[in-house]
Structure formats: structure tokens, C-alpha cells
Design a binder for this molecule. Structure first.
Ligand SMILES: [Zn+2]
Length: 299
């Protein structure tokens, strides 16, 4: 029933992996996938005092990512250090609407590039918020687009600096990829991501440990319409609709005009089925564990 090669959630506890983005050629093995875990933490990206003065390693100062790696961060809590428990509680209470609602998290990878601006218009017209997993080298090319994404209320997240295979990269390379992207996004938008999506879904023990140290959750996906492969607007819509269930994280790419063209119909059809569109952090009610891997919210 699903389209050929369509990835549908977890198979036998292991996420089936497809190549993510236009950079094909590798189909890495994702780690085992665990269901959502429960601890309290901020549900939205939070700007902290660390932001200013901690973003420019070039002039000798230390980046946020490096500070976390040096122990300045807060292990055990997703998100940057310095968030008050009271704020965490408020945010968590407000955001766990998916405990009752039929929620879906639309996620867009590899930008900002190409059709990102058009997608922002569509999402604004439909009053839908989404999550953008950004490639750091694209962030530095178009920081204004990142500011627009964040200002519109979308969640901004980390997808490595060069779309690297973090699961197979040496430790130092993985650290560099993640921290450079954190810093680029912070400089562009003033916020620090708390979510990491490893390109190709490629992760492993080492990357999981790194994400844990950095206070970041790893976000994979439950629905993959393979939009990068055949660039067929109708196929993207059909595959998403055939596969999506409440609680799902849906993977798409805003770098393809053909994908962005499918978004209005996907939104309309999901809305007609009673879906609420949320960011990834909202989907999990702010209950994300550093280093944890997430593909969907369990009923
Ligand atoms: Zn990607």
C-alpha cells in the first residue's frame, strides 16, 4: 500500500534508514530506537545568557558547544544551561497538548536553501509551525532566512555543518560538525538548538554520548516520503498521507520545490483529519532526554 521504498516507522525496533537529502550515496544504519522517554525539561528553544559573547571561537572566545563539552552545560537536561526550573515547568505544562490531541510534527531538512522562503509563506498562510533541521554551512550563507524561521515560531535544529555522516565520523569531526552548527545558528538567530538530526539517520554509541554531553536529543523520523529521490509533488503527498499516524515525525526537504509544492495539500488533508501541527519538542511534551533517539510519540 505504501509507495515503493517508503519507510514506515520502526521495524522490529530498528528504524529503517533512507538517505536523507540530495547527498545520496550512503544508507547508514541507525541505532536502535527507543520510545519517548520522560523527564522534565524546556519544551522550546530558550535563549540564555550564554548566547552573547559565547559565539565567536575565532577571536579566542569559547563557543556554546565547547562550553558544554567542557562541562558548562547541564547533563541530564535537554537544552542550554541556565533555564530556570519554573520556566521549564510552565513550558512543559503548556506544551503537552499532544497527550490528548492528534499531533504531527512536520520537519524539513538540509536548508535554508532553495524553496525555504516559499515554504515559510505557506506555513504562515496555514498557521502551521514546523521544525527545521539546518545544515550549518547553509546557515552562514543565509542567516536572514534562519532569523525568519525562528521569528515565525518554528523550531530550529541542528543537522550538522556539512551534512556529514556523524555516526561514522571520528569523534573530533563529529564534535566540530555539531558545535559549528550550534554556533552558526546561535549567531544567526540568537537561539541554541536542543535537537540534533544526524544526516542519513546515521548515529551510534559515540554520537549518542556526544549528544548527551551537549544536552541534545537525537530526532529521526517515522515517515519518509523519499521526496529527494523522485521529486514528485503528488508522490510526496500520497506517501505522507498513506503512512502518517498521530504522534509521527514526518521527514521532508525544503530544498526541493517539488516537496514544498506538496505541503499545502498535506496540511489541508491532515487538518481535515483532525491533526494538530506541532514542533518536535512540543510533540514530545518537552520530555526529551539528552542523547535519546526519537522517531514518534507513542500513544
Ligand atoms: Zn539531510
Amino acid at each position: 500500500m505504501d509507495g515503493p521504498g517508503l519507510v514506515r516507522r520502526v521495524v522490529g525496533g530498528v528504524l529503517a534508514v533512507t538517505v536523507c537529502g540530495a547527498l545520496s550515496g550512503f544508507s547508514g544504519g541507525a541505532g536502535r530506537v527507543r520510545p519517548a522517554q520522560v523527564t522534565g525539561r524546556p519544551a522550546v528553544p530558550v535563549v540564555t545568557k550564554i548566547v552573547k559573547g559565547a559565539t565567536a571561537p575565532a577571536d579566542g572566545r569559547v563557543s556554546w558547544g565547547q562550553r558544554v563539552l567542557q562541562g558548562v552545560g547541564a547533563p541530564g537536561v535537554v537544552g542550554p544551561a541556565g533555564v530556570s526550573p519554573a520556566r521549564k515547568a510552565v513550558v512543559t505544562r503548556q506544551r503537552d497538548l499532544c497527550a490528548r490531541a492528534r499531533c504531527v510534527a512536520l520537519t524539513f531538512d538540509d536548508g535554508p536553501m532553495g524553496s525555504t522562503g516559499r515554504l515559510l509563506e505557506i506555513l504562515a498562510e496555514h498557521r502551521v509551525r514546523a521544525t527545521f533541521f539546518l545544515v550549518g554551512q547553509n546557515v552562514v550563507k543565509d542567516p536572514e532566512m534562519v532569523r525568519r524561521e525562528y521569528a515565525a515560531g518554528h523550531e530550529i535544529a541542528n543537522h550538522s555543518y556539512t551534512h556529514a555522516d556523524l555516526g561514522r565520523a571520528p569523534e573530533a569531526k563529529a564534535v566540530e560538525e555539531v558545535t559549528r552548527t550550534q554556533d552558526a545558528i546561535q549567531q544567526a538567530s540568537g537561539m541554541t538548538p536542543v535537537l540534533l538530526r544526524p544526516p542519513y539517520g546515521s548515529t551510534g554509541k559515540r554520537l549518542t554520548a556526544l549528544a548527551r554531553r551537549m544536552g541534545m536529543a537525537q530526532v529521526l523520523w517515522a515517515v519518509d516520503p523519499l521526496d529527494w529521490e523522485d521529486r514528485d509533488t503528488k508522490a510526496v503527498e500520497r506517501r505522507v498521507m498513506a503512512s502518517v499516524r498521530p504522534g509521527d515525525v514526518v521527514l521532508m526537504h525544503d530544498i526541493h520545490a517539488t516537496t514544498v509544492a506538496a505541503v499545502p495539500r498535506i496540511i489541508d488533508r491532515l487538518a481535515a483529519k483532525g491533526y494538530t501541527f506541532v514542533t518536535v519538542t512540543e510533540l514530545f511534551g518537552g520530555k526529551l532526554t539528552p542523547g535519546g533517539k526519537y522517531v514518534q510519540r507513542e500513544p
